[in-house]
Design a protein around this ligand. Sequence first.
Ligand code: ZN
Length: 161
Amino acid sequence: MAGLYQEMIIEHARSPRNLRQLEGVHQTVEALNPLCGDHLTLYVQRDGDRIADIAFEGGGCAISTASASLMTSAVKGLASDEAFALFRRVHAMLTTKPEGASPPTGVGKLAALSGIWQYPARVKCATLSWQALHSALNESASQADMSESAPPTGASKNGTE
Ligand code: ZN
């Protein structure tokens, strides 16, 4: 199992998915991990509440690149609340010791990163792209709040002649 996970991380680090610039996107988030030197720019193209397309640029260690590759593959096409839910599951998996010996559930291929919590120095590498995603989701959520609280239109009356 561990060997299979390791192979997946190496494979994603060597040929990352969604490693490209997206032009004219709704959101661009920069993230930096000074502890390791990892840096990435996350591009998010939205279609309403859905993540229509997502890509990243940047560089760093194998863990950060593989994590960004796996993250973008996993959240493409998800609605915001689904992406938030996946963020929470993955973040817990990356930062805390699992209960019992069962493999992580509900995270798909991201289970490849499930052993990271044992290496505190690498946790930031694995969570970097997820923190960038979280910033993008929060930003769009606050934008949606603002548009919902806009004053109603057409309330004025003009018939007093
Ligand atoms: Zn790193």
